[in-house]
Write a new protein. Structure first.
Lengths: 315, 253
């Protein structure tokens, strides 16, 4: 189910992309994906699902076996200069130089991507990432979180239009995580398209406009986050009963109800898609049957639960 | 042409050189000085002239070549091996640069460093012996050509190596013996007839002799053959580098 509709103004367009490594391992299976200009796209999937392979091919680090990718209309192989110039990549691994200073490495990145020096811009980036004070420090003297910031600064040094963040918040403290999401929002405002992979589903839930789920090299689905949650999400209504029940009251057997907590809690599960949730009717019926409750709570299934059910459904 | 990228790589590599000034410049100069003291002054005083020049002066081109080859190879090899080892190569691979630009940056920096070193050794040897340079343009030409060729060769070794041992094995096990047996410290004519023939299969013989000719106007082999052999090796290295980047061998999965 590679259910990505073709988007006219896609900034990144992946078509029939497959990758088989020399070992015979097939990391990607005919992936089609369009990334909209200016969106935040989250790619979710378990370890080894092909997230990093997909990003690596788009960025030019790994050669694809089949299929094509264009970035803003530029083919990543034939027109690699134009395509790569638009992309910034923050890799998953903390791969940094050891002896270089922060300033030198950021300056290097900008030059490598073909941009004329611009100390004012680089200063702004370093200040935004709270790295300005550390600009003369050797990278090896920095903490892991600071190194992650350096990698982000390097990726932004050439003013990319598309930013790939591969597991950006793995092993990152709360403060940096917060800073990073603020920065992502700022970048998006300035028109940068952001594609991130993550294990932290709450991150995708909070940040992304659209979500793609990839498992075993196949893109299972691509959806607007809200419609995905609507479509696959379930809501539950929990009632704390005044007096415990020993069984579901007669006349309500056909309702998706469950008793738990020694009969103290009655849980009603309903679909969020339907116009009529059935809550009003349920409460009326309970009233007629004389079942009183002291508290009620409704909860929505999280993206994580949705994700798990998709991945399980495959396996 | 991504000039900014070439400049960035070149500066990055040169900065690495200056950061490790002791190791990259001072130590080869010191070891060469030791060669002069031992071979030039101590032993050389009992050797007499070789082909009309004093032994001390005779070994200068060979000594420079010895350092030039080793330093070109290890510099360029280390320069490209380090990003592979540290993982920072991702940036180079994802950058809008062609292999030509990458090679100019890395090989250019390695060759620059070797040339500086060669000139430093030339200057240092002045302290021990007097010499003249009959064909200065040829001398500079050989210096540049050798530095570029062997930096390119080192670049290939750096791409090929996947551990530190492989990085060292070619300079230590191949280049050093070839240089010592390549007539750095003797004239081929001093060898027994059979070895005079065999030694002609050693490419370093051509480098050392071409270079020596530019100093003293005399050499064991024809200077045109020397220059031709070096250019030939340069072209072979260029071909290999081109192939590596085209196929992504050892660089891209």
């Amino acid at each position: 189910m590679t259910s990505s509709e073709s988007i006219a103004d896609a900034i990144v367009s992946v078509r029939g992309l497959s990758k088989t490594y020399k070992s015979g391992f097939q990391a990607l299976k005919r992936v089609d994906l369009d990334i909209r200009r200016g969106e935040i796209f989250a790619l979710l999937g378990p370890n080894g699902a092909g997230k990093t392979t997909l990003i690596s091919i788009i960025c030019g680090i790994v050669n694809g076996s089949e299929g094509s990718v264009t970035v803003d209309g530029h083919d990543i192989v034939r027109d690699y200069r134009a395509a790569r110039g638009l992309i910034g990549l923050v890799p998953q691994e903390l791969s940094t130089d050891a002896f270089e200073s922060v300033w030198a490495t950021v300056k290097f990145s900008r030059g490598l991507f073909g941009k004329a020096p611009n100390p004012v811009y680089l200063e702004r980036i370093l200040r935004e990432l709270s790295l300005w004070e550390k600009r003369d420090a050797k990278i090896m003297t920095l903490s892991g979180g600071m190194k992650r910031r350096v990698l982000i600064a390097k990726a932004l040094a050439h003013e990319p239009r598309v930013l790939f963040l591969d597991e950006p918040t793995a092993g990152v403290d709360v403060e940096l995580r917060h800073d990073m999401w603020q920065m992502v929002h700022r970048l998006r405002k300035s028109g940068v398209t952001i594609i991130l992979t993550t294990h932290y589903i709450e991150e995708a839930e909070e940040m992304a406009d659209r979500i793609g789920v990839i498992t075993s090299g196949e893109l299972m689905l691509v959806e607007e986050k809200h419609s995905l949650m609507r479509k696959l999400g379930k809501k539950q209504l929990s009632l704390q009963l005044q007096a415990p029940l020993s069984a579901i009251p007669p006349g309500l057997e056909s309702w998706p109800l469950e008793l738990s907590d020694n009969g103290q809690t009655l849980t009603y599960t309903f679909d969020t898609q339907g116009e009529d949730t059935g809550i009003a009717e349920l409460l009326r019926k309970l009233g007629e049957l004389g079942v009183d409750f002291k508290d009620l709570r409704s909860s929505e299934s999280s993206l994580e639960e949705i994700f798990v059910s998709i991945v399980r459904g495959r396996a | 042409m991504n000039i900014h990228a070439i400049r960035a790589i070149y500066r990055f590599e040169m900065a690495r050189t200056f950061r490790t000034l002791m190791q990259s410049i001072a130590s080869p100069v010191l070891s060469t000085s030791l060669y002069f003291v031992v071979f030039g002054a101590a032993i050389g005083s009992r050797m007499g002239n070789v082909g009309g020049v004093s032994y001390g002066a005779f070994i200068i081109p060979g000594l420079i070549m010895l350092s030039l080859l080793n330093e070109s190879i290890s510099n360029a090899a280390f320069g490209i091996y380090m990003p592979k080892w540290a993982g920072t190569i991702y940036e180079l691979l994802s950058a809008p640069v062609s292999y030509v630009e990458v090679v100019i940056g890395y090989v250019g920096a390695a060759a620059t460093k070797s040339v500086i070193l060669g000139l430093l050794i030339l200057g240092t040897s002045r302290l021990f012996v007097s010499y003249e340079i009959m064909h200065p343009f040829w001398m500079v030409g050989f210096l540049l050509l050798t530095a570029i060729t062997f930096s390119l060769f080192g670049f290939i070794i750096g791409l090929w190596a996947d551990d530190f041992q492989k990085l060292q094995v070619v300079p230590l096990m191949v280049i050093t013996p070839l240089t010592f047996l390549g007539g750095s410290f003797y004239s081929i004519s001093m060898l027994p007839p059979v070895w005079q023939k065999i030694t002609l299969f050693n490419p370093v013989v051509y480098l050392v002799n071409g270079f020596r000719w530019s100093f003293y106007g005399k050499a064991d082999v024809n200077v045109v053959v020397s220059a031709g052999a070096t250019v030939g090796f340069l072209l072979i290295c260029l071909g290999i580098v081109w192939w590596i980047f085209r196929t992504g061998w050892k660089l891209k999965a």
